[in-house]
Design a protein around this ligand. Structure first.
Ligand SMILES: [Zn+2]
Length: 93
């Protein structure tokens, strides 16, 4: 996290000049939990909840939230923008 005023491309680190062209890359990662909880005869709901509680124990609410929902905001230069554009384009069917 750099000094104030001096913006850098999050991808290549190039300085983005004052008044220069830059782009915000914004993305969201959201957990695709479909509401289905796996269970069989051996696992009742109480056991499942206990297991989840143990897994989440000691983790900060921020950390837990991060696993479910994460939002990105990166400033990138024009060159990296074009590169990302190509990359996303190539991923299309
Ligand atoms: Zn760049």
């Amino acid at each position: 996290m750099g000094g104030k005023g001096k913006k850098r491309c999050a991808k290549c680190g190039k300085r983005i000049k004052k008044g220069g062209v830059a782009y915000w890359l914004k993305a969201e990662l959201i957990s695709a939990f479909d509401g289905y909880i796996y269970s069989d005869e051996k696992t009742d709901l109480k056991d499942f909840i206990d297991k989840v509680n143990i897994e989440l124990e000691g983790q900060s609410p921020e950390k837990i939230e991060e696993q479910i929902y994460k939002k990105f905001g990166y400033l990138v230069c024009a060159g990296c923008r074009d590169e990302l554009d190509r990359l996303l384009d190539a991923g299309k069917d």
